[in-house]
Design a protein around this ligand. Structure first.
Ligand code: ZN
Length: 71
């Protein structure tokens, strides 16, 4: 499985902060704790934001679902 790094900083500030603040944590079972050291990557055609949960310190990742304009 290939994992391609993407540039999270290329997104606008609002979008970036939203991903950081709303990242889901399986360990805390909560979505609004936020993450440290966020990074974005693509794997198997899906895009994820990964980082360290501010609540429990575990590595977490959330898939980014891009909205299509014709959806
Ligand atoms: Zn957590």
């Amino acid at each position: 499985m290939t994992r391609k790094p993407r540039n999270l900083n290329a997104r606008d500030q609002f979008e970036r902060e939203w991903f950081i603040e709303n990242a889901w944590c399986d360990h805390c079972n909560a979505a609004d704790l936020g993450i440290y050291k966020p990074s974005e990557y693509e794997e198997d055609g899906h895009v994820f934001v990964e980082g360290i949960c501010r609540g429990c310190g575990n590595m977490v990742k959330s898939e980014i679902v891009e909205k299509d304009s014709d959806g």
